[in-house]
Design a protein around this ligand. Sequence first.
Ligand SMILES: *Cc1c(COP(=O)(O)O)cnc(C)c1O
Length: 454
Amino acid sequence: MPSDAELYRALPSVDEALSQLGEMSEPRALARDEVRAALDEMRAEIRAGQGLTGPTAVERARVRLEAWRRPSLRGVVNAAGVILHTNLGRAPLSAAAVEAIARTAGRYSNLEYDLATGRRGRRDVHAGVLLERILGAPAIVVNNNATAIYLVLHELGAGGETIVSRGELIEIGDGFRIPEILERSGTKLREVGATNKTRLDDYEGAISASTKLLLRVHPSNFRIEGFTGRPDLAELARLAAAHDLPLVEDLGSGSLWDLREQGVADEPPVSASLTAGVSLATFSGDKLLGGPQAGIIAGDAALVERVRRNPLFRAFRTDKVIYAALEATLRELLLERYDEIPTLRMARMSVEAIDARAGALAERIGAEVVDGESLLGGGSTPAQTLPTRLVRLRPEGVSAAAVERRLRAGDPAVIVRVADDAVLLDPRTVFPDQDEALSAAVLAALAGAASQSR
Ligand SMILES: *Cc1c(COP(=O)(O)O)cnc(C)c1O
């Protein structure tokens, strides 16, 4: 056994290791840092009594340099069957949206330049025209729906009270809570009704000289069952109008298409809210709309313009990339090319079509096909499921959890569900051109897990 002192002496100097690395495309300073880090790592191993058993300093430095070339944000295969998976980037963009980004993002564009007059233009126009055509009302775009709500409350509610039903004081996720957002925006929360039931009278009784607006929030990710109720939206809009107050609705997902054919009942289209008399509706761009991350504020022209003039609008504005993708997505919607938008195509996919792909996949990987459910997801409509066909794999000799881990560590990473010690794959959220890669990944994960357990 060599002594620690001998082991330390056996380590190359930084310059020796650098020269052993040879010609590199990486900057020399970066290589030097990684060589140093590799040597630190080895000294720590010696200190921990592990000796010098691992890779050499040069090998370690190469691995470290290589890691800088690997993107942190990368594509994954979503076989979990959650269409709008917030952790997996919500809505995958349509080919037209991706193409619009590619066409404009790497070059100059007319983002804020009016080509007709040669003067400064407004970035709003790019998505604004299409939004107005689709919604029948003017609209502006900010970073996401959370910002949209904040901005609207800041403009319309600051210095007074905002009336909200106790059943709608929700947390959307990641700490975004309606009561806290209200407070931060400078408006005072006036809660009305009970958790499960709020009547029109409750709103009416709370209206005072300091009331600035009525806020309605889509309950999104939770549901109250049983003895429940809240006023009809049109009723509430009439009450607000009678008191000359705006009614703002946070729609959450904000569908621009009718989901009822898919059996989704609690996501009424945005236009329905505006028709019912909502003054301003806010919703996300990357949920049921199927576009990029954005928050859209639509409704009464004078109120939209007021919100637009709030100085925070400038702070919350979105990038050209977003406008390019949003405009392209909205154009597909206007032209009713629904299947061009991945989110919509997945939601509309027939069980028969899924079954055919599930069958082929199951055959390749030695699994069976069973009935199951896909989720719409996106912090919306939690109970909203779509019937699907799942590939159920019960691996032999290894646990489903071990296979799941291997799939997640693979390239591409594959995200699956695990239930009752079976791996479940839902073809609905897998792009057809990923089917081959998916079966190859599963076979590799099975082989890897089996060899490790031996
Ligand atoms: C998702 C959601 C939000 C937040 O939208 P983001 O676009 O993610 O900021 C706000 N309100 C409701 C009701 C939601 O469902």
